[in-house]
Unconditional design. Sequence first.
Length: 494
Amino acid sequence: SSYLTIVTGNANFGNLSQGETGNGTFTVTADINTPAGEPAEIDLDVTSNSGTYTNSYQMNFVIGQIPVVIIDLDENHNSGPAMQSAIQANEIAVEYTTSFPADLSIYTSAFVCLGIYSDNHVLSSSEGQALADFLNNGGNVYMEGGDTWAYDNQTAAHAMFNINGVDDGSSDMSTVVGQSGTFTEGMSFNYSGDNNWMDHIDPILPAFMIFENQSPNYGTGVAYDEGSYRTIGTSHEFGGLDDGTSPSTKEELMAEYLDFFGVIPEPPPEITVQLKIFLEGPYFSGAMTPWLNMLGVLPLTQPYNTSPWNYNGSESVDSIPNINVVDWILVELRDAVDAASATPGTKIAQKAAFLLNDGSVVDLDGNLDLQFNDSIIQQLFVVVYHRNHLGILSANPLPLSGGAYIYDFTTGVDKVYGGMLGHKELEPGVWGLISGDGNADGEVNNNDKVDVWEAERGNSGYYNGDFNMNHEVYNDDKESYWEPNAGKGSHIVE
């Protein structure tokens, strides 16, 4: 299927004896616009003993379950469009229909609008059974209606909400208030929707109240977590809740509904990365001199949004946050079995960051370690790019210590993939990135001298031909940095 992307397509099982088993993980994602019921096919190729044994397998499955469907049976359609807008504002895919769907199984959650008397829809027995079947199969249902809980005939679905319809009510709904200790805590809405025979409802434990009318006081909203499914039932209309100040907005309320239903995905765990690198250009006797910062020529916006990096991150600052900032660098995380397998296809994250004079890599505040919201399936490798030094890839996976992934590139030639070919000893026992790659193509060659250094010679400021990063493009950049490094290249796996 064209809607599938293979994120991690290789798994190494190591050495297995006859009859022994091994586990591997492949990561595949589906486009958010994947149509429901889309057939998908994945081919799995297996090789062992350096190609002595090969075999292929085919896996077929269906993708594209839609997160939410709005079933708007209210003759006035007071809530459906408002729900659709709020769900889309939360960046969740949603379908809208004014008739009952023939197949609910293609959705994970259903929002049912029944309306207020006399323009309401009475849920039929067959519709109620369809919702009950949907819940029993692990779906989630929100249902609103002014008469559906205490006046209309109950269906198989109603009992599954654990709602007690206390009274048929009247026309006195005014201010709808969220309940302490629930996901509506702190919310309060003026109610301006249809207001006629508004059912009074109470929860049947372990269901719980989420909304009450302020005066006269009675329940208008109940939520229930059964374990295998979840429900929300209200007698008021979502579209009748007037937006106030945060958190009392329909968009924020819908976010809570979606979160309760598990529709909003959990953010991946936060990865903290502590790195140390040195750049050859500004390095001198154990540290780097932040000339570009001292002379006020460092840009306030990350410079890696052009070729060859084409990084579209929005990192920028109002001012350089630390006097020890040397320059911007681009950090890339790759999730792979080993360094040789850490191709661009294993990239899981990128971030522009600041490099301090002691080699520390920090976030935009100038002090904190880098943090990424991503998951690691195999092992974490890191790539570091600089605008006029050769990029590097960690030769080893980053070890996890004290809650952070830590890697010091400066302590040995074996810390960089490619060893001495991709790293340079700046002084005995101290290693750093190789200067002179003015066009950032991964090689120090004549193009860097002619197209970059010669074109910028004599200029002062933030230039890629300034190989020693002292803000001036002069002969020393060519003679002390480009000439000794000519012929060297990056060994980042491409």
